[in-house]
Design a protein around this ligand. Sequence first.
Ligand code: ADP
Length: 577
Amino acid sequence: MKTKGKVSGIISNLVTVEVDGPVAQNEICFVSSGEVRMMAEVIKVIGNKVFVQVFESTRGLKTGSDVEFMGHLLEVSLGPGILSSIYDGLQNNLKTMEGVFLKRGEYTEALDNTVEWHFTPLVREGETVRAGSWLGEVVENSLPHKIMTPFKFKGEYTVKSIVGEGNYTINQVIAMLTDREGNDREVTMVQKWPVKVPITCYKDKPRPFKIMETGVRIFDTFNPIAEGGTGFIPGPFGSGKTVLQHALAKQAEADIIIMAACGERANEVVEIFMEFPKLDDPRTGRRLMERTIIICNTSNMPVAAREASVYTAMTLGEYYRLMGLKVLLLADSTSRWAQALREMSNRLEELPGADAFPMDLSAIISNFYSRAGYVVLDNGKSGSVTFIGTVSPAGGNLKEPVTESTKKVARCFYALAQSRADSKRYPAVDPIDSYSKYLEYPEIQEYLNTTVEENWHDRISESKNIILKGKEAAEQINILGDDGVPLEYHDRFWKSELIDFVILQQDAFDKIDASTPMERQKYMLDLVLKICRTHPSFENFEECAAYYKNLINILRQLNYSEFKSEKFYEYLDELKI
Ligand code: ADP
């Protein structure tokens, strides 16, 4: 029997309901306003008074309206057909609708149940399986999509029957599993999972120990992110966040890209919605969208849907991770998500924390980030969700609660600096303020030493040191003037410029420079460090500047040339070092 209730009060999207039975925290319900039936989530329960957050505008809703409780939490459908989809935070399929925006009270099927998928079984009758075990496989946009034992199944099951290779729709029964008590359970290719609960059907979740290559030098060479790691990018408007995200999506070593667009202004969301599908996939030569899922909030969706979207995105990421795939989850921006949390908490009149964010903001952010990670599956294979979120701190204030809380949990920090963007030094990631804590992990150092080069870690420190010294020298030159400092200061300054122009700056719009494989990154850093270790003597600071400017020009040409091509070696000869 479903619990029913009547609306007793309305404060914007927060609706109070008098109920006639038990209700669970975060349970989903439907509020009926005349012809419109709107989805809502329980956010507080006090006796028979329940507070629900409606995912729609409550315009015209009257007290006394009927509410029906569904007995489950906010869930997503998991099955083949998710790739290439554009969903909203409630997994409504926006592509099936006219334009971007759904009408009020309109919900669509997340997955198409008419499509037939070619299923190949991976288990035999009599085998023992448990939640997450691979029962079979279909091909989804040329990627293997595993059909797994539903994650809600507890304990061990025996495969009683499994269908043969053939074409099936997601709702057809593909296997019958028997539990230890002898009860049979049917399995189809689709299952549901509550978005706010992590899917933990894996054997182990070790600390990340591999680097996820991105082709972006300022990431890979300077502050690499680990596969299954977490990072965040705070940055003011116009500082190159979008270009950077596109570069990561296109180039990172990931099988699946999930883009969670959490927007306040509709135009920002529409931008992602329009631009992403146009991106080419450098790996396949086809569209990147074939291995991408976009979760975006439409402008008519209120705070609760915005809050849900990042969880929906993470749940989809965890699903693909259990298939042994590498997932890169990008969220833009997590500040909007935090603002949604704030609005909800304020409406509930909870005691506010810093800047009126919920008191447990830190815990919420930390719990969310901890869902990312590298996992070892029961069958020995591995999968990962790497999470990179952007933060848009109001007024560029990095001391505000969302940035601070994120900084505590995210292991990589990529500070986009306005000053770098203003001087067109792209990507505008600040080399001094940014960091990757993965570089401190012994297993990552070992990984870099074996896969890139022995003592690679020392080279990174050496380069960072040159940049730091260059910055100090530049400050002195600024204060004392070109002639007021020893020539040595000019030399230091130009050495840091050399690293900046040749390694840090990268043209996202150049066919060759846009993505640099690790082998080439190593080659270039070694070359630049070799120059930095020399100490040519100069007559005056003009001669020093001319010397380094010439080197920078040649090295930039190298960056634009095919690696180890004839042209590349021609420029290398010009260096004369
Ligand atoms: P944001 O999303 O932070 O508002 P964008 O990513 O749209 O900023 O970047 C603003 C502009 O900066 C871009 O239109 C582009 O001209 C320039 N830009 C950013 N990053 C790069 C890059 N790596 N290479 C070349 N130009 C860039």
